[in-house]
Design a protein around this ligand. Structure first.
Ligand code: CP
Length: 306
């Protein structure tokens, strides 16, 4: 069996192309498993995994929990709200206390960039980054790549536009690393205030015109406006953002080609995407969610072999 080159999944930046292909190929096998009447395999029967979430989540948290249960792991869930973190306990003390209960793997979401990297050098368990602030969200990028590959085949030479709030997005950076390692061309598109100035150094195209981005790309991966992370005003109003950067079904239907529409969720309906676009035949948004379970099964299974 092919092994990963890493002990932890901290970010796509730390993976090589072979690691990514191994995860995607393994996820293909697990997707078959979760579509069977009996959706469970005994692969992680002796492993205990803690999902440690210091930030809100619907998709990632449920998807990891389902992936763990489908692999027959024992699962415990921790939320910062309602925990002793509120009494001043440090991140490291919290996690060491969880590990003292004989936990083998930590899946962690945290609002501070680098929090999983910090933990990975101080604890004996495998660490999986389920989103660290505005830094990386590696399993989201892997499930996005898996979903694109399922729809378009090999991603070599495919054109992917990432549209929206790039500055505050951990999905954007992980997608850029992942897609480039798989040979795709990447454009980021949005208001100049929401695209970091250094991004061109990563070898991505930069655009500010959504119609042109849609005409250029095979896949439009649309990102949420992250109002909760915006300390200052980056654009005059949501109405104006929607007018200049929002995508509706008519814009997709008017293209002289097929296009795949993606969004990591949660969607701000009526802001970055109209409802008729989000629910259109172009959209694979719920396929992304379905694929997330198989991809996370692959990640957990492969890390457990290390
Ligand atoms: N895509 C994503 O990370 O969604 P959640 O914040 O609901 O986990």
């Amino acid at each position: 069996m092919t092994k990963l080159s890493v002990r932890h999944l901290l970010g796509i930046k730390n993976l090589n192309e072979n690691d990514i292909q191994t995860i995607l190929d393994t996820a293909t096998e697990f997707k078959d498993v979760i579509n069977r009447p009996i959706k469970k395999v005994p692969s992680l029967r002796d492993i205990t995994i803690a999902n440690v979430f210091f930030e809100n989540s619907t998709r990632t948290r449920l998807s990891f929990e389902l992936a763990e249960k489908r692999l027959s792991a024992d699962v415990v869930n921790f939320s910062a709200s309602g925990s002793s973190v509120k009494k001043g306990e440090t991140l490291l003390d919290t996690v060491n206390n969880i590990l003292a209960m004989k936990v083998d793997m930590i899946v962690m979401r945290h609002s501070s960039p680098g929090a999983p990297h910090y933990l990975s050098t101080r604890i004996p368990a495998n660490v999986v980054n389920a989103g660290d602030g505005t830094h990386e969200h590696p399993t989201q990028a892997l499930l996005d790549a898996f979903s694109m590959r399922e729809k378009l085949g090999d991603l070599q030479g495919k054109k992917i536009a990432i549209i929206g709030d790039i500055t505050h997005s951990r999905v954007a950076l992980s997608n850029i690393f992942c897609l480039q390692k798989l040979g795709a061309e990447v454009m980021v598109c949005g208001p100049s205030t929401l695209i970091p100035k250094h991004l061109g150094e990563l070898g991505v195209k930069i655009g500010h015109n959504v119609k042109q981005a849609l005409e250029w790309c095979d896949v439009a991966n649309v990102l949420r406006i992250q109002l909760e992370r915006q300390q200052i005003k980056y654009f005059p109003s949501l109405r104006e953002y929607s007018l200049y950067f929002g995508i509706n079904k008519q814009m997709l239907d008017d293209l002289n080609k097929e296009i795949v529409l993606m969004h990591p969720g949660p969607i701000n309906r009526g802001v970055e995407l109209s409802s008729d676009a989000a629910d259109s035949r172009h959209s694979i948004i719920l396929n992304q969610v379905e694929n997330g379970v198989a991809v996370r099964m692959a990640v957990l299974y492969l890390l457990a072999q290390q």
